[in-house]
Design a protein around this ligand. Structure first.
Ligand code: PAF
Length: 282
C-alpha cells in the first residue's frame, strides 16, 4: 500500500493507472476509521481495480463551535487498518496542500443541502462539497463510495455530481451498526459508557418508525412524534430534528405512499449523533 501526501504525486499516479485501463474506486474519509469505513474500502475493492482512501480532517466543513480541534486523529492506526484490508493507496494531504494561502474558491452546494444538517450547521455542506470536488480532481476516480449514515451528505454529493457533470458514479453503502444497533461513527468514541447506552435511542426511534409503517401507519407526523417519544425516553439531551422525508428530495412527507426515510440528529452531552433508515412497507 502506498501512502502519499502530495496532491500532484497522487494525481499523476492515478493518471498512470487510468492509462493502464485500471478502474479507480475512491473512499474519502476524515480518518478515525471504523468498520463502516472499511466496508466502503471492501466495496471499492470488489467493484474496481484500485481502492484509494483519502484521510483529511477538512476544516471548512466544521462550524466555529464544532469539534474540529478535538476531532479524533489516529493516522497510524488508520494506516494499519487500511493496509490489512487491502487498500492500494492512501492520500493524506496537509492543510497547506488542500487550502494553500489565498484559497478562496468554494462550491455553492445544491438545494438538497438547504434543510436539516444544512440549517443546523451553516456552511457545512459548502465545506463538504468543496473538499469532495477537490478530492475528485486530485483522484479522478470511476466510482466514489460514501456511507449512507450521512444520508444528506450523499444526496448533496450526488446532486453536485449530476449538476456539474462529474464523470464519477456515486455509490452509497449501507450503514454498519454495532450489534446493539448503534450506527458506527468516529464520534461514538466521545461517548462515556452511560452516554453510549443513551445513544441507542436513535436506532430505537428508527426501529419504532419501521414498526409503525409495518402496522399500516401512513402519517409522517405520527411517525415523527413516535420517534421523538423514543428519543426522549433514551433520554437524549436534545433533538435537532426527527423527520420523515422523501428519499431523494429530503422534503418532509405528510402522507406516506412509497419508501420514505426517517432522519434523526440528536445530542448526548456534547456529542451530536445522526442516523437514518429507509422505511419500507412490507
Ligand atoms: O463523511 C466524511 O467523512 C466527510 O464529510 C468527507 C466526505 C470525507 C468530506 O470531508
Amino acid at each position: 500500500m502506498k501512502v502519499l501526501a502530495s496532491a500532484s504525486d497522487t494525481y499523476w499516479l492515478i493518471d498512470q493507472l487510468r492509462t493502464q485501463g485500471k478502474r479507480i474506486g475512491l473512499v474519502p474519509t476524515m480518518g478515525a476509521l471504523h468498520q463502516g469505513h472499511l466496508s466502503l474500502v471492501q466495496r471499492a475493492k470488489e467493484q474496481t481495480d484500485v481502492a484509494v482512501v483519502t484521510i483529511f480532517v477538512n476544516p471548512t466543513q466544521f462550524g466555529p463551535n464544532e469539534d474540529f480541534q478535538k476531532y479524533p486523529r489516529t493516522l497510524q492506526s488508520d494506516i494499519e487498518q487500511l493496509e490489512s484490508c487491502g487498500c492500494d493507496l492512501v492520500f493524506t494531504p496537509t492543510n497547506q496542500q488542500m487550502y494553500p494561502l489565498g484559497h478562496s474558491t468554494f462550491i455553492e452546494p445544491p438545494s438538497v443541502a438547504k434543510d436539516w444538517e444544512g440549517k443546523i450547521r451553516p456552511g457545512h455542506f459548502r465545506g463538504v462539497a468543496t473538499i469532495v470536488m477537490k478530492l475528485f480532481q486530485i483522484i479522478p476516480a470511476h466510482v466514489g463510495y460514501f456511507g449512507r449514515k450521512d444520508y444528506q451528505q450523499v444526496a448533496v454529493i450526488r446532486a453536485m455530481a449530476r449538476d456539474l457533470n462529474l464523470p464519477i458514479l456515486i455509490q452509497a453503502c449501507e450503514t454498519i451498526r454495532e450489534t446493539d444497533g448503534l450506527a458506527m461513527s468516529s464520534r461514538n468514541r466521545y461517548l462515556s459508557p452511560s452516554q453510549r447506552a443513551r445513544a441507542l435511542g436513535l436506532s430505537k426511534a428508527l426501529k419504532m418508525g419501521q414498526t409503525l409503517i409495518d402496522q399500516g401507519c401512513t402519517s409522517g407526523q405520527t411517525i415523527e412524534d413516535a420517534m421523538r417519544i423514543e428519543l426522549t425516553k433514551a433520554p437524549v439531551d436534545s433533538i435537532d430534528y426527527a423527520a420523515v422525508v422523501h428519499p431523494d428530495t429530503l422534503e418532509p412527507v405528510e402522507s406516506i405512499d412509497g419508501p420514505v426515510v426517517g432522519i434523526i440528529a440528536a445530542r448526548i452531552g456534547n456529542t451530536r449523533l445522526i442516523d437514518n433508515a429507509t422505511f419500507i412497507r412490507g
